[in-house]
Ligand binder design. Structure first.
Ligand SMILES: C[S@@+](CC[C@H](N)C(=O)[O-])C[C@H]1O[C@@H](n2cnc3c(N)ncnc32)[C@H](O)[C@@H]1O
Length: 201
């Protein structure tokens, strides 16, 4: 991935492959930490706690962390709302549909962590004839290929609510603010989360 997109190290610019939970960087060395949907594959709360602690460790005290994060609603939508949402994506990307189903699966589960296979089961429960949605939305054959890969998969995906997220983040940071990340399908569930100011630990 780095080889494909990174033009090469230059001066102070470096690409480093690492794990968010054990960042290979010195303490208090950075003004900003930025991540785009990079937290969804970390278990809640342990994985998330590890990352937030690491982010605090590498930031200078006046630094800022910004993440675009999937945040599940406090109350899950009804099946009908979800089906309506799916059909509202006509002509648009199918990714929003997949993330919405995954978030819904977590929303209805006892914890924010769900297995990909459970997402696939929820997909088939809500859309027993997925080809109807495919046709109605003008999506190409094979558009559900990623969802189909979830079948039998034990990959874990996590969708905390705002309260769950802030419960972890505010143990390390003094302030957590949410900002809209735009106007696109699922954007209302995918805000920018800004963390700043170290909390007393
Ligand atoms: C939804 S993708 C978003 C990636 C990137 N922001 C982008 O736009 O392409 C999440 C990525 O996080 C990576 N990932 C999962 N767990 C990780 C971890 N513990 N540390 C670092 N990366 C991780 C996955 O391999 C995947 O590439």
């Amino acid at each position: 991935m780095i080889a494909r997109v990174w033009p090469g190290d230059e001066g102070a610019k470096r690409a480093v492959l690492g794990d968010w939970r054990t960042m290979p960087f010195a303490a208090a060395g950075y003004d900003a930490v930025i991540g785009d949907n990079c937290l969804a594959f970390l278990s809640y709360p342990d994985g998330l706690e590890q990352v937030v602690a690491q982010v605090r460790r590498v930031l200078r005290p006046d630094g800022l962390a910004v993440f675009r994060v999937f945040v599940a609603p406090q109350t899950p939508p009804s099946d009908d709302d979800l089906i309506r949402f799916a059909y509202s994506l006509k002509g648009k990307s199918q990714d929003a549909f997949r993330w919405r189903i995954a978030m819904h699966t977590a929303n209805c589960a006892p914890t924010p962590n769900v297995l990909a296979n459970d997402v696939w089961l929820e997909f088939r429960r809500l859309f027993p004839k997925p080809e109807e949605l495919l046709r109605a939305n003008g999506w190409e054959e094979g558009s559900f290929s990623v969802l189909e890969l979830y079948r039998g998969s034990e990959m874990m995906i996590s969708f905390p609510t705002v309260d769950e997220l802030s419960g972890v983040a505010l143990r390390q940071f003094g302030q957590m603010d949410l900002h809209s990340s735009g106007d696109y399908p699922m954007s209302e569930h995918c805000p920018f989360v800004v963390l700043r100011g170290f909390a007393a630990t």
